[in-house]
Design a protein around this ligand. Structure first.
Ligand code: GDP
Length: 299
């Protein structure tokens, strides 16, 4: 998943020569580093920061071993990334639901079409079941043809109740039905899918805002496709503006070869990545692990 970043480190390490690097040589190295990092979709401000710090530590120094050089790069990388992690609170969704006193715990799912939203709704339903948490799913996408059938198929397969209405009906009303049903049937959590939208589509954003206002969710999750590249940042910013989401789930991390998406989303939203999608099966939802992410950067 992080091949490009690994290459950056290993390429830079090769430059480690047994002589002092001149400022001019260093500038060339740093410029190349920046390009590689940007191509890995590491956010621009982070690229600037990492590059500056590496430069500061390398100027006027002579490296006797290439290991030493590599260590500086690793340390600067790690320090900058840990700083991002530190700004983000730690969230355990399962624990939040289990300690919730006022059932149902309302989870609102937002994101653009194709990001893996519906699949992730099903994965969450599966995860809750695994943790002995009862849930219902709300077919809040009443807009895209086929969406209700698609989510119904998942709900049936998972043996979960689906709350739905006709196409074209008000998603906020469907969501309210889901909450009411859960209250009367003593269901622990309600997972509300919404219509996928282009983040610049104001009408659809207003629709999300309306669901948000009617339901007052306990936890809103932004679903981001890790393959969306730089567009992911603008998606996250726009959705955050409207929903103030509490955390995100990055999908298709199994296929992501760049790895910058994770850092982008963390540094731009300052909200935790609660899970990552690592495949197409229901079980393919993993807790995002900071340590694993960091160690994966340099292996
Ligand atoms: P939606 O339009 O946002 O509801 O997206 P879907 O849930 O329909 O997902 C779009 C495609 O992405 C489907 O083919 C999913 O199987 C696939 N998908 C979703 N999550 C993942 C994931 O974590 N890994 C992989 N490899 N594929 C995924």
């Amino acid at each position: 998943m992080l091949d490009k970043i690994k290459n950056v480190v290993s390429n830079l390490s090769k430059i480690a020569v047994e002589k002092q690097i001149s400022e001019k040589e260093l500038d060339i190295v740093i410029e190349n580093l920046k390009i590689d990092l940007l191509e890995s979709e590491i956010p621009f401000n982070l690229v600037e920061k990492i590059s500056e710090n590496i430069k500061k530590h390398m100027i006027d120094r002579k490296f006797s071993r290439s290991d030493e050089f590599k260590e500086i790069i690793k340390n600067e990388f790690t320090k900058s990334i840990v700083e991002i992690f530190d700004k983000v609170e730690d969230v355990d969704l399962i624990n939040l639901i289990k300690t919730n006193k006022d059932n149902p715990f309302k989870i609102l799912i937002v994101g653009i079409n194709g990001s893996g939203k519906t699949t992730t709704v099903a994965k969450i339903g599966y995860l809750l079941k695994e943790n002995n948490i009862s849930s219902v799913i709300v077919a809040g996408d009443t807009f895209r043809s086929g969406a209700i059938e698609q989510i119904k198929e998942h709900a049936d397969r998972l043996n979960l109740k689906l709350i739905s209405q006709e196409y074209g009906s008000d998603p906020a009303a469907v969501a309210r039905d889901g909450v009411e049903y859960s209250k009367t049937h003593n269901i622990d959590a309600v997972i509300i899918d919404t219509s996928g939208r282009v983040q610049t589509n104001n009408n659809l954003m207003q629709e999300v805002l309306k669901i948000n206002n009617v339901i007052n969710p306990d936890f809103t999750i932004f679903i981001g496709d890790s393959l969306a590249g730089n567009d992911l940042v603008s998606q996250a910013q726009e959705f955050f503006k409207f929903t103030k989401f509490n955390g995100s789930i990055l999908t298709k991390v199994d296929a992501d070869v760049k790895g910058g998406a994770i850092l982008s989303i963390l540094s731009e939203s300052s909200k935790p990545i609660i899970y990552i999608g690592t495949g197409q099966e229901y079980k393919d939802l993993e807790k995002f692990n900071e340590e694993k992410f960091l160690s994966g950067l340099f292996q």
